[in-house]
Structures are given as C-alpha cells and as structure tokens.
Design a protein around this ligand. Structure first.
Ligand code: ATP
Length: 364
C-alpha cells in the first residue's frame, strides 16, 4: 500500500450502497477520542511530545495484523502535498482540522478505507470506523476491537469516575461520536426538515453538513450524531441514535410517497431536468452538481430513472469536489476552471455509463 492507493479511486468500500437502508442512510461512523496518559493534550503539547506520540502509535500499529482490521498504512501530514490532504478530506478519511491545523498530525488507514486513525488532531487519537448503510453496532464492534488492541499496549488518560479524558470537555466519558450520513430530499422538498432539525437537537443529537462541524448540508445530505458522551454507555448511545435514525428513515419514506402522490409529474420533471443538466452542462458549481446528483439519486430510488447505478452518484459526489478535480488536472485550478472541469467530468462519466449499459443491452 502507498499514498497513491488512497488517492486513485474516489469511492471507498463503505460507499458501496450494500448496507441496510442504504437508499437513505449512506454511511455509519463511530469515532473514539483517546489520549495517552502522561502526555499533554494536543492543544498544549510540545513538538517533542507530538513526535513521541507518533512513534508510540507507529510502533504499536504499523506493520501489524490487527484483529478485525488487518494492516494500516501510516501517513504523516507534513510529508503530504496540500492537494493530497484535501483529497483525503473529501473522501472522509481525515478531518479538515487534521489537514489544515495539525502541524504534527498523522493518520493510519486500512486498505479498504473502513478504518482510519487520526493522530495528534484535537486528541492524540481519533479512531474512526465507517460502514455502508445503517450499521452503527457493527462499526462500534470494530472500533472497540481496535481500541482494545491499542489499550493492551498503551496507557490511556482515564479517570475511574469520568471515563476517558479528552481535550474538549464535550467528549469526556466515552469519547464516542456515533454518526450517520443521511440523504433526505423528501424531508427537504416538503419543508419538514426545518421542523425536524430543532426536534433532533432537543433529543441531544446534532445535525451537521456533509464534511462535519461547520460544513454545509449540500445535496440534501445531513450528518446526524450524538452530542452527549458522558453518563451513557457506548451501547446506549448507539441504540438511542439508531432508534431516532429509524424514525427519520420512516418519515423520509412517507415524505417521498406524499411527493409522488401529490406532484408526481413535477417531481419526475425535476429529476429529469437535473439529469439533463448533469449530462449536458458545460459549467457547473459544486452546489448545483450536488443538488442535481441528489435529484437523480431520488429519481433512481423512486424508479423514474432505470439502468443507472447509484454507485456512479457516490463516485461523482467525491470526484467533483475541488481537491479531486485539481488532483486529476495535475495542479491548482481557478474556481471557474474547476466548474468547467467538473461539468466535463460528469458528462464523461455519464457517457461511460451509457456505453457500458448499451454494451450490456440496456439503454438509459
Ligand atoms: N456517517 C459518516 N459517514 C462518513 N463520513 C462521516 C460521517 N460522520 C462524520 N464523517 C466525517 O468525519 C469528519 C469529522 O466529522 P465531525 O467534525 O462531525 O466529527 P468529529 O471530528 O468526530 O467530532 P468533533 O466535533 O467532536 O471534533 C468529517 O470529515 C465528516 O465528513
């Protein structure tokens, strides 16, 4: 494995749409925040301590076959080009914070990209496990296995009463954030989302955009996660979130049914207009591309559009982000140049899909 392995393809195995309810829940994520005992937190540590942390975790995990995880590839942020880091952010493998503001940061990634450990971000370790669809329990199991493996060799900062100690008090206790990425066009188009978000917040959950804290919910994709990490067990946090997510799935399904029932032709028209834009536009911005991809995804889910795989939408969602576009172009592009490249890229990708389908005897 090398850095190129992670930069070459846009989609990771957890984006394969094979998990339960993956028409609405795109992915499930568990992340655990952990810190080493006897070291200052990342906000205060010296360069020397930061390097020691990197060496300790490298010795523990690099070139090791970890149960339920396999081998991890070690990447140090300072040796990566800015564009490479941006691509890893766009693939959700590292956070924008690690890429931009963590001078002594590093990460360890599994070949299938379902496991990523960020080192020296807000906490010494951020262990992340990703799964397709609604599989928070499975993600928790894997994260726990990895956590136990590390804890068998390294002493964590832990307090009998308070649990795991973290750099930000909001993570103290379990250090767990469980989250799902949901595609909710039905709730957006029926304006129900504006009532739903405050209700979700009241349940102690947070709604964020596609790239986490501070990011926008483009393409009708919302990230929902737990706010509270203290006073509840890991299993309870995951069960509570799963049950709220199941209710949101049911509401999204009935919103879609209501839309089909009340405005079938308008909805079909919207879907096909967006499909047309994606196949023919010459200039397209990220937000418009994301909106059209969302409409086409809905069109596939509702059966308006056939013979097109949703995999291509996930792929395009990532491929059309600024980092990937520039990586493929071989260097920096101005915003307008990116919009032209993005449009060309999407057209080419749909042409390829059409060609594949016609060779297979289908037509779009
Ligand atoms: N369910 C998910 N599927 C895919 N990626 C996710 C999911 N949840 C979060 N992410 C990604 O993880 C990264 C970090 O997200 P976010 O900032 O919300 O959480 P965090 O860093 O774990 O929490 P904190 O706010 O406590 O630092 C973002 O890049 C986001 O895209």
């Amino acid at each position: 494995m090398s850095l190129e392995h992670f930069l070459q393809k846009a989609i990771s195995s957890w984006m394969n749409e094979e998990g339960p309810d993956s028409d609405i829940v795109l992915s499930s994520r568990i992340r655990l925040a952990r810190n080493f005992k006897d070291f200052s937190f990342s906000t205060l540590f010296s360069q020397e301590e930061a390097m020691q942390i990197i060496n300790v975790i490298k010795d523990c995990l690099n070139d090791t076959d970890i149960p339920e995880v396999g081998r991890l590839e070690f990447l140090q942020m300072e040796s990566l080009q800015p564009l490479d880091k941006l691509v890893l952010v766009e693939k959700h493998l590292i956070s924008p914070n690690l890429a931009e503001d963590s001078p002594y940061g590093a990460c360890l990634l599994s070949a299938n990209e379902e496991v990523s450990i960020m080192v020296n971000e807000e906490d010494h370790l951020r262990i992340q496990c990703l799964y397709s669809g609604l599989q928070l329990n499975e993600a928790l199991q894997r994260a726990n296995a990895l956590d136990d493996f590390i804890e068998g060799q390294i002493d964590y900062a832990f307090d009998e009463e308070r649990g795991y100690l973290t750099s930000c008090p909001t993570n103290v206790g379990t250090g767990l954030r469980a989250s799902v990425m949901m595609h909710l066009p039905g709730l957006v188009l029926t304006n129900q989302i504006n009532h739903l978000i405050p209700a979700i917040n009241q349940l102690g959950l947070v709604v964020r955009g596609i790239y986490g804290e501070g990011s926008e919910a483009i393409g009708n994709i919302f990230q929902i996660s737990n706010q509270i990490t203290l006073g509840k067990s890991e299993t309870d946090i995951v069960e509570d979130l799963t049950s709220v997510v199941q209710q949101i799935i049911a509401q999204e399904r009935s919103a879609r049914e209501a839309l089909v029932h009340t405005s079938d032709i308008q909805l079909e028209d919207r879907v096909y207009r967006s499909f047309g834009i994606l196949q023919h536009a010459r200039v397209i911005e990220t937000k418009e591309a994301a909106r059209c991809l969302s409409d086409v995804r809905l069109g596939i889910d509702l059966g308006y559009i056939k013979n097109i795989s949703k995999g291509i939408l996930n792929e395009l969602m990532i491929l059309t982000q600024p980092g990937f576009l520039q990586k493929y172009a071989g260097g920096p592009l101005r915003p307008h140049e990116r919009d032209i490249r993005r449009a060309a890229f999407i057209r080419e990708r749909f042409d390829l899909e059409k060609k594949d389908n016609s060779e297979g005897g289908n037509s779009l």
